[in-house]
Design a protein around this ligand. Structure first.
Ligand SMILES: NC(=O)c1ccc[n+]([C@@H]2O[C@H](COP(=O)([O-])OP(=O)(O)OC[C@H]3O[C@@H](n4cnc5c(N)ncnc54)[C@H](OP(=O)(O)O)[C@@H]3O)[C@@H](O)[C@H]2O)c1
Length: 277
């Protein structure tokens, strides 16, 4: 069996948990991917589940080494603390002709290059859990030895689960706070808005659906070019309901709290970057 191909490259995924399996799902649904993908995970039950769902389009490998041997592009989707062990295991077969894409939060490309050895092509990406439904936003940054063709391949892989932006690597920690963690912050906001509706008497399920749909509407308007300030002005007529609500938010420092959440998550991502050597 030859293996799945994106721009002629065979793809393997090490770690098929939340993010690994989401990327796998996205790739298998994408038009530009053909053939099976190679996968491995220490959890055999997870492999069986994924294989059961996607057979014959995934090929379960008996080790990470086998994935690395059989693939041109290896997506590393294990937890940051497991990265070093996986890299040490696959380094012997990871030639300079292969591309490693890492999703691990807080693990710099320099650290990975140090373990793999000089000349190894690495790209670091930071997706978010929107990947589950093809609505991730992924930040991407090239390591020292990856070239523009590698970037194009990584964009094609991550493009299967949503939007992709190329950024400077030192900005990835900020994007981890803003997007990787940020999707949970928006979930907390939706939950809080729905609770407000319930507090005023709406049924819980209806309140949650309306809060989530409202968030989606705001996001789509902003992505279509309406600035957040213009959106507020379009809604807040003088003396009206929205103006009262915005004033209540100001009085309780909601903006500062959200800014602080992103900063705190970024700070933690930076701490992790220096702790994993
Ligand atoms: N989840 C997110 O929202 C998100 C967003 C952006 C980036 N990330 C990054 O994505 C990576 C994966 O996160 P996740 O949430 O998908 O984690 P996860 O659900 O725990 O998936 C990781 C999988 O890899 C397995 N694994 C552990 N050690 C392994 C090894 N040596 N060889 C092969 N497989 C191994 C894990 O098994 P065990 O459970 O037994 O350890 C698990 O099945 C992390 O580095 C994280 O920083 C996650």
């Amino acid at each position: 069996m030859t293996g799945a191909s994106v721009r002629g490259k065979k793809i393997g995924i090490i770690g098929v948990g939340n993010i690994g399996a989401s990327i796998l799902r996205g790739l298998l649904a994408a038009e530009h991917v053909s053939g099976p993908l190679f996968i491995s995970d220490v959890r055999s039950e997870r492999l069986e589940l994924v294989a059961g769902e996607f057979k014959p389009r995934v090929l379960v490998c008996t080790s990470n080494l086998e994935v690395a041997e059989r693939s041109d592009v290896i997506l590393l989707a294990v937890k940051p603390q497991d990265v070093r062990a996986v890299l040490e295991g696959i380094a012997p077969v990871l030639g300079k002709d292969k591309l490693l894409i890492t999703v691990a939060a807080g693990v710099p490309t320099k650290t990975i290059e140090r373990v793999l050895g000089e000349g190894k092509r690495v790209i670091r990406v930071m997706p978010n859990i929107g990947a589950l439904i093809g609505e991730s936003v992924t930040a991407l940054s090239k390591g020292t030895y990856a070239d523009d063709a590698d970037e194009a391949v990584a964009k094609a892989v991550l493009g299967a689960i949503g939007a992709v932006y190329t950024v400077k690597e030192h900005d990835i920690d900020i994007i981890t706070g803003l997007s990787g963690s940020g999707i949970a912050f928006f979930a907390a906001v939706i939950d809080a808005m729905a609770a407000g509706g319930v507090c005023e008497g709406l049924p819980r399920e209806l309140a949650l659906a309306i809060a989530a749909q409202t968030a989606q509407g705001a996001a789509k308007l902003v992505l279509a070019g309406t600035t957040p300030v213009a959106l507020q002005e379009m809604t807040a007529s003088p003396g009206g309901t929205t103006m009262r609500g915005l004033y209540a938010m100001e009085a309780r420092n909601v903006k500062a709290a959200m800014m602080h959440a992103v900063s705190a998550a970024t700070k933690r991502a930076r701490e992790l970057s220096t702790s994993i050597e």
